[in-house]
Design a protein around this ligand. Structure first.
Ligand code: BT5
Length: 262
């Protein structure tokens, strides 16, 4: 099992990972991170667990991860944000994770809007952002991260769509190294986001996405929007040109028309 001492050894960050709570099993690291954030945990506090009994994605969907094989953790952030800033945080985290994974494994990582990372068109990591707002400004935000690291067998319904760093590189990846590199990258990109605002994150994210100018479908609250992706707006929303109009969407699952869902 991970220990705080072992994870902090060689950690090159200033605030991210200032406190690391480690668990063998927990329901969801996001739940625990929310609980500690609610009683004042500092920005950069991390909750990491080997296993989760109720790991989740967006809209309550399950996140499957074999204990001791992957990384499942949450980071407490305290950005000054309104509700609209949420999308931008997803993109920021995706860029930070992609850079960390590439540095450790040399594998090429693609970003899929809004919160997935893909290798060879298969999902290798997911991000779940949850927050607490007071008077429309954020009290805290929890960045939940699941990375498939050394898992080689996936449940039947994920075999076609999921991959891991180990499957893609054909070697075991040191999870503690990847964890430290991810925290470092999250911290560096967070300070970029704060200092330079959204444009730099948006352009890096776009350079890692293959969806621009592609026909896509996106389901949003039961409605299917189909069109061509034209770019991102300044809040990280996806701009879609449909036959009738230009629309900006802030949530949903993108399917590139003519490809299998990733
Ligand atoms: C996500 O949601 O991709 C966000 C996943 C975040 C998980 C982390 S783990 C630490 C922290 N604590 C939590 O409880 N959660 C966070 P979404 O885009 O909604 O994708 C969920 C869908 O991905 C599921 O419905 C499955 O189809 C698929 N899926 C589940 N587990 C997967 C895996 N290990 N690899 C690839 N795809 C998976």
């Amino acid at each position: 099992m991970f220990t705080e001492k072992a994870l902090r050894k060689g950690l090159k960050t200033r605030t991210f990972g200032n406190k690391i709570y480690t668990f063998e099993t927990i329901d969801s690291t996001n739940n625990c991170a929310k609980a500690v954030a609610g009683v004042g945990a500092l920005e950069g506090t991390v909750v990491i667990s080997e296993g989760q009994t109720a790991g989740r994605g967006r809209l309550g969907r399950p996140w499957y991860s074999n204990p001791h094989e992957n990384l499942t953790f949450s980071v407490v952030l305290r950005p000054q944000l309104s509700n609209e800033g949420f999308n931008l945080l997803s993109l920021y985290a995706a860029v930070a994770l992609a850079e960390a994974i590439e540095r450790v494994t040399q594998l090429r990582v693609e970003c899929k809007w809004p919160n997935d990372l893909l290798i060879d068109k298969k999902k290798v990591a997911g991000i779940l952002i949850e927050g607490s707002f007071k008077d429309n400004s954020s009290e805290y935000v929890i960045l939940g991260i699941g990375i498939n690291v050394n898992q080689r067998n996936f449940p039947n319904d994920l075999i076609q769509t999921a991959t891991s760093l180990s499957l893609a590189s054909n070697r075991e990846v040191d999870r503690a190294d990847l964890f430290r590199e991810t925290l470092r990258s999250l911290e560096r990109n967070y300070s970029n986001l704060r200092n330079s605002g959204s444009p730099s994150i948006l352009s890096v994210w776009l350079s890692r996405s293959s969806v621009i100018d592609k026909p896509i479908s996106i389901s949003q609250q039961g409605t299917l929007i189909t069109g061509i992706v034209k770019g991102l707006n300044s809040d990280g929303g996806l701009i879609i040109q449909t036959n009738e109009s230009t629309q900006t969407v802030f949530a949903g699952d993108v399917i590139v028309v003519g490809s299998s869902p990733g």
